[in-house]
Design a protein around this ligand. Structure first.
Ligand SMILES: [Zn+2]
Length: 57
């Protein structure tokens, strides 16, 4: 599982409804297009909140 960097929900990369974005060499998955849009506005801020790694709480 990955973690949606916007709402911090666990995301299954295979069923991520919001799709995926590469940012600074790492993939970010989103539960919805709304979350992806929010990430698009300020990706650095969301990415800086913490690493998005499989198994993270
Ligand atoms: Zn989300």
């Amino acid at each position: 599982m990955a973690t949606d960097p916007v709402c911090l929900k666990p995301i299954n990369p295979h069923t991520a409804r919001g799709g995926m974005i590469w940012f600074k060499g790492a993939p970010y998955y989103f539960c919805s297009e709304g979350c992806k849009d929010r990430f698009d506005v300020n990706p650095g801020w969301y990415a800086a909140r913490g690493p998005v790694v499989p198994g993270a709480p």
